[in-house]
Design a protein around this ligand. Structure first.
Ligand code: GTP
Ligand code: MG
Length: 426
């Protein structure tokens, strides 16, 4: 009998099978299940307005997606996702193309990266919320997390703009970035070579992490290593078909010649399509989940107070963390309640004091008015008395006058009689 010490797991033993059992069909079962389920792939296109984003998408998937030209007068960067159902053989692909509309059109470009970062985080948050649900339905959940960001570089032949460096730096921990030089037919071969070296140098010196095609899978290690050295891909897009020899090919026709999109001597379009769609699509999806989403999830859960282990490396119980968080939340709630109650009491006291002060002022005003009123009343009374006295004096004078008048009248009526008497005497 084998004795196990501690928690050490027993070593698995190699056994040979007596015949065919059938679990070698597991990879086929997986493929069959995945094909039935279908795949989703989400591409974010970041680049100046009119740089050729829509044309390149149409060229890459050999179709015509619905697009609207941006106006160059957008007030801020806005993200426009559009989802399409594509089918090739029996494989269904739910493809979402997200356009960063208005990127680079604002005078102040300080915050141009913010809506893009917020959009990527929102998709991570939606996925996390689904994962945290009690009844999860991740099987048929439409995963909108961005799997790759195609960053369109303007073919100046000089260097990257600060906007490019700042944006890529802000995005590199959230999404797989594949930088591409757009409209590569507008730059000469020797200039393009120098431009590529300059761009890569600037990305390294500014610490921008771009997506590296994986070299750990033997089947694709060699091709991926070669392609990593070709970054950033210089691409040309076109939906126009031009006759070259006796074949119709996608190309751009100029007075001096034809630039063939799928000719590797003309541009890196084929390399991009090969790497993005045919070789590394699954790795891009995988990296999004295991690296970028994992980082977002970890930070978010840590922010919420969850940990895998405490200081002594003891595994943390979800129940304990929940209880601790709940207690913390309740005490915070209590503190806030007490604070608000105190604020309310203070406010009531203040209002009471204000009301008392107002009452006192009103009382004073009333007393003042009362005094004025009494004074007025006294004055009116005095006036009335004076007028009465004047009226009395006037009446007295009037009576005296009347008496005098009647006396005078009487006297004048006696005078002719006396004159007659006097005449008789003579
Ligand atoms: P918005 O969505 O409005 O931001 O534009 P966009 O980035 O989607 O550019 P779009 O694909 O609409 O192309 C704008 C113009 O550039 C069109 O006239 C295209 O024909 C042209 N164009 C696209 N790709 C290339 C290219 O590789 N080389 C050259 N020379 N012109 C291109
Ligand atoms: Mg477009």
């Amino acid at each position: 009998m084998e004795l196990l010490c501690g928690n050490a797991e027993p070593e698995p033993r190699n056994l040979s099978l007596g015949g065919h059992v059938g679990f070698d069909s597991l990879p086929d079962q997986l493929v069959s299940k995945s094909v039935t389920q279908g795949f989703s792939f989400n591409i974010l296109c970041v680049g100046e307005t009119g740089i050729g984003k829509s044309t390149l998408m149409n060229t890459l998937f050999n179709t015509t997606f619905e697009t609207e030209e941006a106006s160059h007068h957008e007030e801020c960067v806005r993200l426009r996702p559009q989802t399409y159902d594509l089918q090739e053989s029996n494989v269904h692909l739910k493809l979402t193309i997200v356009d960063a509309v208005g990127f680079g059109d604002q005078i102040n470009k300080d915050d141009s990266y913010r809506p893009i970062v917020d959009y990527i985080d929102t998709q991570f948050e939606n996925y996390l919320q689904e994962e945290l649900k009690i009844r999860r339905s991740l099987f048929d959940y439409h995963d909108t997390r961005i799997h790759v960001c195609l960053y369109f570089i303007t073919p100046t032949g000089h260097s990257l703009k600060s906007l490019d460096l700042v944006t890529m730096k802000k995005l590199d921990s959230k999404v797989n970035i594949i930088p591409i030089i757009a409209k590569a037919d507008t730059i000469s071969k020797s200039e393009l070579h120098k431009f590529k070296i300059k761009i890569m140098g600037e990305l390294v010196s500014n610490g921008v992490q771009i997506y590296q095609f994986p070299t750990d899978d033997e089947a694709v290690a060699e091709i991926n290593a070669v392609m990593n050295a070709h970054l950033p891909f210089a691409v040309v897009g076109s939906t126009e078909e031009v006759k070259v020899g006796n074949k119709l090919v996608r190309a751009r026709q100029y007075p001096w010649g034809v630039v063939q999109v799928e000719n590797e001597n003309h541009c890196d379009f084929v390399k991009l399509r090969e790497m993005l769609i045919r070789v590394n699509m699954e790795d891009l999806r995988e990296q999004t989940h295991s690296r970028h989403y994992e980082l977002y999830r970890r930070c978010k859960l840590e922010e919420m107070g969850f940990q895998d282990s405490d200081g002594d490396s003891q595994p943390f119980s979800l129940q304990e963390t929940y209880e601790a968080k709940r207690k913390e939340f309740l005490s915070e709630l209590q503190r806030k309640e007490e604070e608000m109650r105190q604020m309310f009491v203070n406010k009531v006291k203040e209002t009471e004091l204000e009301l008392k002060e107002k009452e006192r002022e009103l009382h004073e005003k009333f007393e003042h008015l009362k005094r004025i009123h009494q004074e007025e009343k006294r004055k009116v009374e005095e006036k009335r008395r004076e007028l009465e006295e004047e009226t009395n004096a006037f009446n007295c004078r009037k009576a005296a006058m009347e008496a005098l008048q009647s006396q005078a009248l009487h006297a004048t009526s006696q005078q002719p009689l006396r004159k007659d008497k006097d005449k008789k005497k003579f």
